[in-house]
Design a binder for this molecule. Structure first.
Ligand code: FAD
Length: 382
């Protein structure tokens, strides 16, 4: 058999068609670069397909806050935004106790300082905003500009926009290896590129060519969705302890998180578990999630759970994504990475794309790139 013909050379070759790869590829094309994106399965089939779709500005880490703020502004500016499933439902960060209510004021101050409005609702105002919540809750912080979106829809629309703008999107096209001058495809083709971006989520460590292992580790999450009850809840409801669950490195954790979907269904989350590669749903864990949900929404047990699924978040040791130039790679293709977005990749994909492209084009970065730089996590292999 003759060797397959080489694919045409491009300015940028992107590996991975999740929301992060799609946002980066779309942004590069919008900046006038020729772009080819390669996805081993279908666009949005990885962690992006499993996500809850909460576009939420998290404030505990200033770097995460800066990236999320940038990203939310870019989502809203994107031409495709009007066409994708999304709702400006806002978030209610729920305080169970007076101590949590006091802590929420710190959160409110941080969000407001970042230009992201947040309003304290006392117990009575909370009941009026969400009558199905338990009556003994202390109050909640309402963050009205957070959104709910459909993750795979975001990725697909970005890929469609990329195609429409003359970019190439190849699905069912696994990349076998990153090479000095571009990519080697599993079907034997070679793709010459000026820049290669590794955005393969949890598969990134396997393809990575940096000087030390890439510390991205799958963190399993489990979600469940009910039958349709339009208006049953109105906001994304999250317990204030959620961030401890997300930022902690515990082997397993559960935090209450519920969302009204555009279909009228109620989406319930969420769990976090390391070292469980199986896609199987864990019934005991599901029971724990539902128990936690009933603490906040006592009548949730009356709804039918229609589907339960799992996905793997690409997690890093410090909870921040890895965005930037891969050190120590010889070239001529410049090697870049954008991965490790854990449970916030839908929120931060657009900001990631902007930051990466600023670095690639030598522009002044929109935000400080240092907190996301790959070198911070690269320790020499023993
Ligand atoms: C249960 C759960 C709930 C979540 N909830 C939220 C939420 O509410 N809000 C939020 O912001 N985020 C949420 N997330 C996180 C979010 O889903 C991820 O951070 C985000 O999807 C990561 O996107 P990605 O493009 O980096 O990875 P992925 O979506 O995994 O994409 C990587 C892609 O690379 C492809 N690939 C792998 N190897 C190759 C190869 N060799 N060649 C070509 N392609 C390859 C894969 O097929 C995959 O499609 C959640 C995640 C989970 C699991």
């Amino acid at each position: 058999m003759p060797d397959p013909a080489p694919a045409p050379a491009v300015d940028v070759a992107v590996v991975g068609g999740g929301v992060v790869g799609c946002a980066c590829a779309w942004a590069a094309r919008a900046a006038g670069l020729s772009v080819a994106l390669f996805e081993a399965r279908r666009v949005g089939a990885g962690a992006t397909a499993a996500a809850m779709g909460h576009l939420v500005v998290i404030d505990e880490d200033p770097a995460e806050l800066a990236l999320a703020r940038l990203s939310m502004a870019l989502w809203a500016d994107w031409d495709g935004w009007a066409a994708v499933e999304h709702a400006a439902a806002g978030t209610l960060w729920i305080a169970e106790t007076e101590a949590q209510a006091r802590a929420a004021q710190v959160k409110r101050a941080r969000l407001e300082a970042a230009g992201w409005p947040a309003q304290w609702l006392d117990a009575a105002a909370l009941r009026a905003a969400e009558p199905r919540l338990a009556p003994d809750l202390a109050g909640a912080l309402r963050v009205s500009r957070d959104e709910i979106a459909y993750g795979p829809g975001l990725a697909r629309r970005l890929a469609d926009d990329l195609r429409a703008a003359g970019g190439r999107v190849e699905e069912m096209a696994p990349v076998a290896r990153l090479a000095d001058d571009g990519l080697e495809m599993a079907d034997g083709r070679r793709v010459a590129a000026g820049h290669v971006l590794l955005a393969a989520g949890n598969d990134s460590p396997r393809l990575w060519r940096g000087p030390a292992p890439l510390p991205v580790r799958p963190r399993k999450g489990q979600l469940a969705i009910t039958d349709r009850h339009p208006g049953w809840i109105r906001h994304a409801l999250v317990e204030l302890g959620y961030v401890d669950s997300a930022h902690g490195q515990e082997a397993e954790s559960v935090a209450f998180n519920a969302q009204p979907r555009a279909t009228g269904q109620v989406l319930l989350g969420s769990s976090r578990r390391f070292d469980d590669a199986s896609p199987a749903v864990d019934a005991a864990l599901l029971a724990r999630m539902v128990r936690r949900a009933r603490r906040f929404l006592p009548a949730v047990g009356e709804l039918q759970l229609l589907r339960c699924w799992t996905g793997q978040r690409p997690a890093t040791p410090d909870g921040r994504p890895i965005i930037g130039r891969v050190p120590g790679t010889p070239g001529p293709a410049a090697q870049w990475v954008a991965t490790g977005h854990e449970g916030l990749g839908l929120t931060t994909a657009m900001g990631t794309a902007r930051l990466w492209l600023d670095l690639l084009l030598g522009r002044t970065p929109a935000i400080d790139p240092a907190p996301y730089a790959p070198d911070r996590l690269l320790e020499p292999a023993p």
